[in-house]
Design a binder for this molecule. Structure first.
Ligand code: HEM
Length: 152
């Protein structure tokens, strides 16, 4: 590619990226809460799949992977762990408390799911799953409340 064509390509990219950034920029603030609710909706969609066990198990495990990726994404974007030493609003404290609880909930839920598919009674998995879904919804709600409290 000659210099003129390169210049044109760079100018073209700059012209397209500008408007894209202007749209994405303000949206970025809402990106995490949207993704957070999105993963909750993903889990809800996985519940009616329960009769097709391999699909249900794969779907839920993928949800777990997405939640882990979201956590890494937030850490890389905002150094969330380093902020833990600083002042936190009450909703953020509640949010972090729920997130910490969920770290324990996940492996237990996936394990009991495996046990049910191997023939164990459903009761424990069902109880854990319902409490998990309530906690996961509260996680998404408190994320929004913490963000709103920080903005005021
Ligand atoms: C975040 C993870 C998970 C959640 C939230 C979840 C949620 C649920 C819920 C709500 C039910 C329905 C209980 C009922 O009958 O009312 C269920 C059933 C079941 N789940 Fe899970 N689950 C998860 C992961 C898994 C995994 C990883 C496996 C397997 C490895 C699994 C295997 C099963 C089985 C075998 C049933 C019973 C299906 C039947 O009724 O025949 N689950 N799960």
């Amino acid at each position: 590619m000659n210099i003129g064509a390169q210049g044109l390509a760079i100018a073209g990219a700059a012209l397209t990226l500008g408007p894209v950034r202007r749209v994405i920029g303000p949206m970025k603030e809402y990106l995490f809460p949207i993704l957070n609710f999105g993963v909750f909706v993903w889990f809800c969609i996985g519940v009616p799949m329960k009769r097709r066990v391999p699909l249900h198990a794969g779907w839920m495990t993928l949800g777990f992977a997405m939640d882990t990726a979201l956590l890494l994404f937030i850490e890389l974007d905002r150094s969330a762990i380093a902020q833990l030493g600083g002042r936190m609003n009450t909703w953020l404290q509640v949010h972090i408390g729920i997130a910490t609880l969920l770290i324990v909930w996940y492996p237990v839920l996936l394990f009991t799911g495996g046990m049910v598919s191997a023939g164990a009674p459903l009761k424990r998995h069902k109880q854990l799953a319902i409490s998990f879904l309530v906690l996961r919804l509260l996680l998404a709600v408190t994320a929004v409340l913490a963000m709103a409290a920080k903005a005021t």
